[in-house]
Design a binder for this molecule. Structure first.
Ligand code: USQ
Length: 384
C-alpha cells in the first residue's frame, strides 16, 4: 500500500514510517520540523537529538535496503499538501501532524493560538487533499483518550447508543477534554465526522493514551534511528519523564494526589495499532473509532513501578507529590472499553519489569545528556 505519514519526523511518526516500510508498504514521510522548532525555542529538547528526516531515511536504507521518501514542508499550506497528495496518490494516510503537547497549548496565548490553528488547519487540509486527489484512500488519524476526559461512566469506543424519551440513536460519546490541545482533537473528530457523513470519506480516529519507550523492532541496535525521548515538562509524557527523573536523582513529580488514571501503551503497540487499522480500512462513509491503549495506571502506580525498577538497578528513587499545575480530577472513575484493536489482532507488549528496566538502562547510558532544569518549570493551566 502507498502510505503517507504526515508528521513523519515525530516521536511516533518516524517509528511508524520504518515499521510500515519494513512490512513492505511504500512510505512517504512529510514534516515541517514544527516540534523540533518548538522544543528548541523552549529549550526543551529530547535526551538525544535524532538526525534529520533525510539522514534518517538514508540510515534506514543502509540497514534495511528499503526506501522511505521524504518531503519537508508545511501541511498547513494548501499548495504544499495538495502537490504532495497529487504526486504520491496515497492509499493510506497516517495523520500525526499536530502540535502534540497539552502543557504547551496552555502555556500562553501565542502557544494556544498556534496549537488551535495548526491542528485544525492541517486536519482540514488533509480532508480537502483526500477529497481532491485520493477520495478512496483511508485516513488513520491520531486522536487522544483525553477527548473523553474522565466521565463517571464507562467510556465506549467513540460511539454511544442512547435511549431518550422512548427513542433510540447512536451518537458520538460525550467529550470533555482538559487542555486546549486535547480540545483540538475533539474539534478534529467533529470536523472528520462532518466530512465523513457528507462526502463519504473513510476515516479511523484512534483515541490513544500516553505512550512510553523508544525501542521498536526496526530501531533495535541502531540508536540513530530511535525517536525523540522527551523528558521535559512540555513534550515528555509521564512515564518517560519519571524514568529520566529517576536516573537524574530528581524526585518523581507526581502532580497532586496522583490518582489521575489513564490508558497507557508501549511505542511498539502504537505501531501495531496503526498498521492493523491501515490494513483493515474503514468503510466508505464510516468514522471508525478505537480506544488505543493496553493497560490503565494511576500516576501513583507509575511512580511505584519506576521506583521499584530503580531499586533493582541500584538507584535510590524518591517520589514527591507537588501542587498540580493542571486542572484535572485527581481521583476519579476510569473504565474505558478497548476491544476493537484486540479484535483486529493487537498483541499487547505490557509494562513488565523487563520492559521498564530496559527503558531505565537506556536512559542510564545517556545520563550525562540530562538537563535537570528542563524537568519542571511550572507551566500552569491558569488564565492569561
Ligand atoms: N503527570 C504527573 N507528573 C508529571 C507529568 C504528568 O503527575 O510529571 C500526570 C498528568 O497530570 C496527567 C497524566 O500524568 O494526569 C498524564 O500526563 P502526560 O503528560 O503523560 O499526558 P498528556 O498531557 O495527557 O498527553 C499525552 C501526550 C498526548 C496524548 C495524551 C493521551 O502528550 O499527545 O494525546 O498523552 S491522554 O493522556 O490519554 O489524553
Amino acid at each position: 500500500m502507498r502510505v503517507l505519514i504526515l508528521g513523519g519526523d515525530g516521536y511516533l511518526g518516524w517509528p511508524t514510517a520504518m515499521h510500515l516500510s519494513a512490512q513492505g508498504h511504500e512510505v512517504m514521510a512529510v514534516d515541517n520540523y514544527l516540534r523540533r522548532r518548538l522544543a528548541r525555542e523552549e529549550d526543551s529538547e529530547a535526551l538525544i537529538d535524532p538526525p534529520n528526516l533525510h539522514q534518517r531515511a538514508k540510515l534506514w536504507q543502509e540497514v534495511s535496503g528499503r526506501e522511505i521518501a521524504v518531503r519537508v514542508g508545511d501541511l498547513d499550506d494548501w499548495t504544499t499538501i495538495s502537490s504532495i497528495f497529487e504526486e504520491f496518490r496515497p492509499e493510506g494516510i497516517v495523520h500525526y501532524a499536530e502540535q502534540p503537547s497539552a502543557p504547551y497549548s496552555m502555556k500562553d496565548r501565542a502557544a494556544a493560538d498556534l496549537t488551535l490553528r495548526n491542528n485544525l488547519g492541517v486536519t482540514f487540509n488533509v480532508i480537502q487533499a483526500m477529497a481532491a486527489h485520493a477520495p478512496d484512500a483511508h485516513m488513520v488519524k491520531l486522536g487522544t483518550m483525553g477527548e473523553y476526559g474522565t466521565p463517571n461512566i464507562d467510556i465506549e469506543e467513540g460511539w454511544l447508543d442512547i435511549e431518550h424519551k422512548g427513542r433510540k440513536d447512536r451518537v458520538l460519546f460525550p467529550r470533555a477534554a482538559s487542555s486546549l490541545y486535547h480540545t483540538t482533537k475533539v474539534l478534529d473528530t467533529d470536523l472528520l465526522w462532518f466530512y465523513v457523513r457528507t462526502w463519504g470519506l473513510r476515516v479511523t480516529d484512534l483515541m490513544q493514551g500516553p505512550v512510553y519507550g523508544v525501542e521498536t523492532d526496526e530501531n533495535a541496535g541502531h540508536e540513530a534511528l530511535q525517536p525523540f525521548l522527551n523528558y521535559d515538562e512540555l513534550f515528555g509524557t509521564v512515564l518517560n519523564r519519571f524514568v529520566v527523573q529517576a536516573v537524574a536523582g530528581y524526585p518523581l513529580t507526581v502532580y497532586g494526589k496522583g490518582g489521575q488514571t489513564r490508558g497507557y501503551l508501549n511505542i511498539r503497540d502504537t505501531l501495531q495499532c496503526v498498521r492493523l487499522a491501515l490494513e483493515t480500512p474503514a468503510d466508505e462513509g464510516e468514522l471508525r473509532i478505537f480506544n488505543q491503549f493496553t493497560e490503565t495506571f494511576s500516576v501513583n502506580q507509575l511512580a511505584e513501578i519506576v521506583r521499584a525498577s530503580g531499586e533493582r538497578l541500584g538507584l535510590s528513587v524518591e517520589v514527591k507529590s507537588i501542587e498540580n499545575p493542571r486542572k484535572e480530577r485527581e481521583e476519579h472513575y476510569y473504565n474505558p472499553v478497548h476491544t476493537g484493536l484486540l479484535d483486529l489482532g493487537l498483541e499487547p507488549n505490557l509494562l513488565t519489569d523487563e520492559v521498564i528496566d530496559s527503558i531505565m538502562r537506556f536512559v542510564m547510558r545517556h545520563k550525562d545528556s540530562i538537563h535537570a532544569d528542563r524537568i519542571f518549570r511550572g507551566v500552569t493551566w491558569k488564565k492569561g
